[in-house]
Design a protein around this ligand. Structure first.
Ligand code: ATP
Length: 359
C-alpha cells in the first residue's frame, strides 16, 4: 500500500478571487485566493459563519461562486458538475445507509460508476483492510459505534480514489478520546495515501495537530495562511492571535527605541527586530514566562500578584495581576516552587519571546 501511495496522483488546488453572496447582505466569501499543494493536508479554520463550509461546497461543486475561478490538478473546474469532479466529501453526519452492510455502503459509489461486482468486492476488501475494519464488512451500519461509522464514511469517500478529499468537521460529533485517536489515524492515512485533503474545523488545536498548513478565515476573508507553528507563533494580526487561543495580548500605547509601553508595563524588545507602532498588539506567550526571584540578565521583569492557580496535571497555570491587568503564566509541574493565591511574584520576560502583532 505504501508503494501505491507513492505513485498515487494527487492534485493541487488554485482558487482565484472567489466571491459568494447569499441574498442581499450575507457575504460568505469576499475574494478568496488560495493555493493548496498536491498531497497537502490543508485546513480551513475559523469561527462559525466565516465561510469555511461555503468554500468546501464550492470545491465539491455543490455551490457555484458568484465570481472567481477554481482549478484542480491543472483543470478549470468552475463549470464542472459535482459528479464529474475527482473530489469526494466526508461530512460530519456520516450520510451512510444505516440498514445496509458496510460492504454495500462501500460498494455503492463503485456500483454507480459501473464497476463490475467482482472488482467491487476486491476494492471494498482492500479499502476496509486499509482502514483496519476488514472484519466488519458484513455488519450492518446501525450495529456499529460512532467511531466505526466515521471510519466507514471515510472509507466510502476514499474507495473511489478521488484526487482530492474534502472533510467537513468529520470528527466533531465524537467524544474527546476517540476524536484524538482519529485525528492521528486520519493524518497517518493522508500521508500514506499521498492524497490532497482539505479539512474544515473551528477547533484550533485540531487544526494544529493535523495540518501541513492552515488558512485562518474571518468574515469571508483569509487572514493568514501558514504552517501550524507560523500561525501560532507569528499570527498575522490580532484576530488570528485570539483565534489561536492567545490570551496575553496587550495593546501597545507608545514606543521609545526598543521599548514598548503596554497595559502591563514597559517591555524591551530585541533591538531592531520587531516592527511596531502604537495601535499594534504585543503577544506574550504564557509558556515563555517564568516566575523567578532572580531575573536573568537581559530579561524584562514585571511585578505581579497571583490571583488564581489552575492545576492541570502536567502543568500549572497562573493568572497573575500585573498593573491591574490579567497575565497568564504556564509553568511546568516539575519540581518547581508552587505559588499561592495572594503571593507577590516577579516575572521574567525574555525579549526574544515577545511578538508584535498588527491590529
Ligand atoms: P459553521 O462553522 O457554523 O458551519 P462556516 O464557517 O462553515 O460556519 P458557512 O456555512 O460557509 O460558514 O456560512 C458563511 C455565511 O453564509 C454565514 O453567514 C451563513 O449564514 C451564510 N450562508 C451559508 N449558506 C447559506 C444559504 N444557503 N443561504 C443563506 N445564507 C447562507
Amino acid at each position: 500500500a505504501d508503494q501505491e501511495a507513492a505513485t498515487r496522483k494527487a492534485s493541487s488546488i488554485e482558487l482565484h478571487g472567489l466571491h459568494k453572496r447569499f441574498g442581499a447582505d450575507t457575504i460568505a466569501l469576499d475574494g478568496v485566493d488560495l493555493s493548496i499543494r498536491a498531497g497537502e493536508f490543508f485546513t480551513l479554520l475559523g469561527p462559525s459563519g466565516c465561510g469555511k463550509t461555503t468554500l468546501l461546497r464550492i470545491l465539491a461543486g455543490l455551490e457555484e461562486p458568484d465570481q472567481g475561478t477554481l482549478v484542480v490538478g491543472g483543470k478549470e473546474l468552475t463549470e464542472v458538475p459535482p459528479h464529474r469532479r475527482s473530489v469526494n466529501t466526508v461530512f460530519q453526519s456520516y450520510a451512510l445507509f444505516p440498514h445496509l452492510s458496510v460492504r454495500d455502503n462501500l460498494a455503492f459509489g463503485l456500483k454507480m460508476r459501473g464497476l463490475p461486482a467482482g472488482k467491487r468486492d476486491a476494492r471494498v476488501d482492500e479499502i476496509a483492510a486499509f482502514i483496519k475494519l476488514g472484519d466488519l464488512v458484513e455488519r450492518r451500519v446501525d450495529q456499529l459505534s460512532g467511531g466505526q461509522r466515521q471510519r466507514i464514511a471515510l472509507a466510502r469517500a476514499l474507495v473511489c480514489e478521488p484526487d482530492v478529499l474534502l472533510l467537513d468537521e468529520p470528527l466533531s460529533a465524537l467524544d474527546a478520546g476517540l476524536r484524538a485517536q482519529l485525528q492521528v489515524e486520519l493524518q497517518r492515512l493522508q500521508k500514506r495515501l499521498g492524497m490532497t485533503f482539505v479539512f474544515v474545523t473551528h477547533d484550533q488545536d485540531e487544526a494544529m495537530v493535523m495540518s501541513d498548513r492552515i488558512a485562518v478565515l474571518d468574515s469571508g476573508n483569509i487572514q493568514q495562511v501558514g504552517t501550524p507553528s507560523e500561525v501560532y507563533e507569528r499570527p498575522a494580526n490580532a484576530f488570528v492571535a485570539r483565534f489561536m487561543g492567545h490570551e496575553n495580548l496587550f495593546a501597545i500605547h507608545a514606543r521609545e527605541d526598543d521599548r514598548v509601553q503596554t497595559d502591563i508595563g514597559w517591555l524591551r524588545l530585541v533591538p531592531g527586530e520587531q516592527d511596531s507602532t502604537p495601535g499594534d498588539w504585543l503577544l506574550v506567550r504564557p509558556e515563555t514566562l517564568e516566575i523567578n526571584d532572580t531575573v536573568p540578565e537581559g530579561y524584562n521583569h514585571l511585578a505581579g500578584v497571583v490571583r488564581e492557580r489552575l492545576y492541570r496535571g502536567s502543568r500549572i497555570e497562573y493568572v497573575l495581576e500585573v498593573n491591574g491587568h490579567a497575565l497568564m503564566v504556564v509553568a511546568s509541574n516539575l519540581g518547581q516552587r508552587v505559588h499561592q493565591a495572594g503571593d507577590a511574584v516577579t516575572i521574567s520576560v525574555c525579549p526574544e519571546d515577545l511578538v508584535t502583532v498588527v491590529a
